[in-house]
Design a binder for this molecule. Structure first.
Ligand code: GAR
Length: 188
């Protein structure tokens, strides 16, 4: 069975979707959750699901100890699910083409440092875009610029707000992220 490690900073709805998907298929399991926030909602999910978790800080994310800790779980993929720090070069080099991220917009637009959550949706709405979507991509040393694996789109209506757009985006994410991960596991 494949092992997946999830990195997350927030409430963890994508982590939840991935955990549930692979509980159903039995093809993989989330073996570790890594977070930079001690009060992240994703840690409650880890506790509920009896998944080990690790809290990292700005120093430990760059260190060899973390590499050793991750290697102990022998991950097929490292999955960023709302993880807001840049992944250091040491980690990218240790898992070439095996770290993936989801971004709540159609990259290469609306990406880069500081572009996360509602910052993205507000910028999309301010530009009067008629559509937005999600991008699932490989992670390299530069924010939101690794090769794109897949994108999915949604329409933006006149009355959409950052909240309603975020809901549409989350629906796309929860459907496409687990399935894209499954595809990658089957085609490595
Ligand atoms: C997701 O919408 C994800 O695309 C976004 O954070 C949210 C996390 O939600 N990631 C970024 O903005 C990365 N730049 P979740 O904690 O409920 O999964």
């Amino acid at each position: 069975m494949h092992s997946i490690i999830i990195f997350a900073s927030g409430r963890g709805s994508n982590a939840r979707a991935i955990i549930d998907h692979f509980k159903t298929t039995g093809q993989a399991r989330v073996s570790l959750i890594v977070s930079n926030k001690t009060d992240a909602g994703v840690l409650d999910i880890a506790k509920d699901e009896h998944i080990p978790f690790l809290i990292i800080d700005r120093e430990t994310i760059k260190g060899t100890l973390l590499l050793e800790q991750l290697a102990a779980y022998n991950p097929s993929l490292i999955v960023l699910a709302g993880f807001l720090w840049k992944i250091p070069a040491s980690l990218v080099a240790a898992y070439p083409n095996r770290i993936v991220n989801i971004h709540p917009a159609l990259l290469p637009n609306y990406g880069g440092k500081g572009m996360y959550g509602h910052h993205v949706h507000n910028a999309v709405l301010a530009n009067k875009e008629r559509e937005s979507g999600i991008t699932i991509h490989y992670v390299n040393e530069v924010y939101d610029s690794g090769d794109i694996i897949t994108q999915a789109r949604c329409r933006i209506e006149e009355n959409d707000t950052a909240d309603t757009l975020a809901n549409k985006i989350h629906q796309l994410e929860h459907f496409f992220y687990p399935r894209s991960i499954e595809y990658l596991l089957n085609h490595e």
